[in-house]
Design a protein. Structure first.
Length: 537
């Protein structure tokens, strides 16, 4: 036992600052987030934005939690930009303690790891879901149970009562096994609630953690009042794997005779229905502590991170040596937004979209985890919207262009919501012809750029850069192309892209000479009729 504890402690020490080696059941991880009311938050990230920014991969990188509660909590935390929090200083102090005090951190981690069973995911059902209600005929259950008690007492005085006892027993068997399907719904969550309560109480004993919820002990006391009733369900969940079949049969007979399971189950659920807030308080206390350990581990693992500065200047964003955390050996870049938005040009694979995602991810982790993947990152408090990864909605008979139109329309509506917004767009209106794409793109981008909004947009249309020169700062990514290869440096450069290399890349890849020659001649001819001139005239 002592050796096991030493091994577990060493494992916790070794794994700190490293990625989890676990599978991720996102349906279970998202349970808390999907059912939680988010009315008091600054923004809830949409599924669209999460898909655009590879949110699941980002979450798997960030999640270093020790419990299923912490895992659900940090998922919700990462998808929920809160109103400006007054508890950031408390959280940062605890994160610092986790980083610098190994013994303290390991002690907390070992307690949290006891909530890592799969059934722990279902604790949320006890305060988020509608509980089962007893059927209208349920009043007969206590009557039947009482009848058994009386029959057992008086059968010695009147042996004929044995027939009454047998009749009631047969009815009780039906009710008992009818109730099994109800019991199985709570066989994970109820025992785990007891464990949650016990661990929350132990963690509350640490003075360094009490500040997260100084009144938590009141919630512990409330749950303690129904503790004894729930102990039965803890026993039930353990019997299947730990006790002999004979003991199980005797206990099962006892439960059938007195209808113990339905009486206890619906009695407990009735009481828990009035204790939702207290259960959630315990859940949030555990979840927040575990999420702070996860953030501490994340920071230890990264060579470059910073705590963001929240600027009061609405249309200003500064990033120094910002990088994408999911790209191995990612090239970092600097950018400064001041009154104007950002338009990026460059060829495919040059880094435009990755850079846009870099900005989006850093804004999100900065506002939710108080952690950015950069040497310095400052920004206003803002919402994040994106149109990066769009596909045909064949089930609803929507074309790529129509789906894109609907996505951009939502952005236009949000652009006048009175809040600072960050809009991330990649290749606006790809699904239509050049003239209309550039014309509509210019009009939309001018509209999104209004008031306090910041736009990051990439385009292949050099002409669009000319049209937006007064409203957008122009940057580009470029590559070096020689006779045999193409090399990307992924460095952000001032100004618009001047060289076009698409045809050259075809040549490198041994396209037929007649195709290359014709493509060059046509491109020269088309350059005489630039789209901006045709729009202006």
């Amino acid at each position: 036992m002592i050796l096991n504890r030493k091994n577990k402690k060493q494992k916790l020490i070794n794994n700190f600052g490293k990625l989890k080696d676990d599978s991720f059941d996102f349906e279970s991880i998202e349970r808390y987030f999907r059912k939680k009311e988010h009315t008091e938050n600054f923004q809830i990230l949409s599924d669209k934005t999460c898909n655009d920014l590879d949110f699941q991969e980002l979450f798997m990188f960030i999640d270093r939690t020790n419990s299923k509660v912490g895992q659900q909590f940090i998922y919700n935390k990462l998808r929920t930009i809160p109103l400006k929090s007054e508890s950031v200083n408390i959280q940062e102090k605890i994160i610092g303690e986790f980083i610098n005090n190994e013994e303290f951190r390991v002690s907390i981690q070992s307690k949290l790891s006891k909530l890592d069973d799969f059934g722990t995911y279902y604790i949320t059902s006890l305060f988020q879901d509608e509980h089962l209600k007893p059927p209208k005929w349920f009043f007969v259950v206590p009557v039947l149970s009482f009848t058994v008690i009386l029959s057992l007492i008086f059968v010695f005085f009147n042996p004929q009562l044995i027939f009454v006892l047998l009749s009631v027993f047969i009815v009780n068997i039906v009710i008992h096994y009818w109730n099994k399907k109800n019991l199985y719904q709570y066989l994970s969550s109820l025992p785990q609630l007891l464990r949650l309560k016990n661990i929350a109480k132990k963690l509350f004993d640490f003075n360094k953690l009490k500040e997260l919820n100084p009144k938590l002990i009141e919630s512990v006391k409330v749950i303690n009042k129904i503790r004894n009733r729930m102990l039965f369900f803890k026993l039930e969940s353990n019997i299947q794997g730990e006790f002999q079949a004979l003991f199980w049969m005797i206990l099962e007979l006892f439960k059938i005779l007195f209808l113990i399971e339905p009486l206890l189950l619906f009695g407990v659920l009735k009481r828990l229905d009035t204790k939702r807030k207290e259960i959630e308080d315990l859940y949030l206390f555990i979840g927040e502590i575990d999420s702070l350990i996860s953030i501490a581990s994340l920071r230890v693992s990264e060579n470059g991170y910073c705590i963001p500065q929240i600027s009061q200047t609405q249309k200003q964003l500064i990033a120094e040596k910002a990088y994408h955390p999911l790209i191995i050996d990612c090239v970092s870049n600097n950018i400064q937004v001041n009154e104007k938005s950002i338009l990026l040009t460059g060829s495919n694979m040059s880094g435009k979209t990755s850079f846009i995602r870099t900005i989006g991810i850093n804004v999100i982790t900065g506002l939710t985890l108080n952690t950015c993947f950069a040497e310095h990152f400052s920004m206003p408090y803002m919402q994040v919207f994106s149109a990066i990864r769009i596909s045909d909605d064949l089930m609803n008979d929507k074309s790529y262009y129509f789906e894109e139109v609907l996505t951009i329309k939502k952005m236009i509506e949000e652009s006048i919501n009175g809040k600072p917004n960050l809009f991330l767009l990649d290749e606006l209106f790809k699904g239509t012809n050049t003239v209309e794409r550039i014309s509509a793109g210019k009009a939309v981008l001018s509209t999104l750029n209004n008031t306090n909004n910041i736009v990051f947009v990439s385009t292949h249309d050099i002409e669009l850069a000319d049209l937006l020169n007064d409203e957008y700062e122009l940057y580009h990514f470029s590559e070096k192309v020689d006779d045999k290869s193409i090399d990307f440096d992924y460095k952000l450069k001032d100004g618009k892209l001047k060289n076009r290399n698409a045809i050259k890349i075809l040549e490198i890849n041994d396209y037929p000479e007649n195709i290359i020659t014709e493509a060059i001649e046509i491109s020269k001819e088309l350059d005489k009729y630039s789209v901006p001139n045709s729009i202006i005239t």
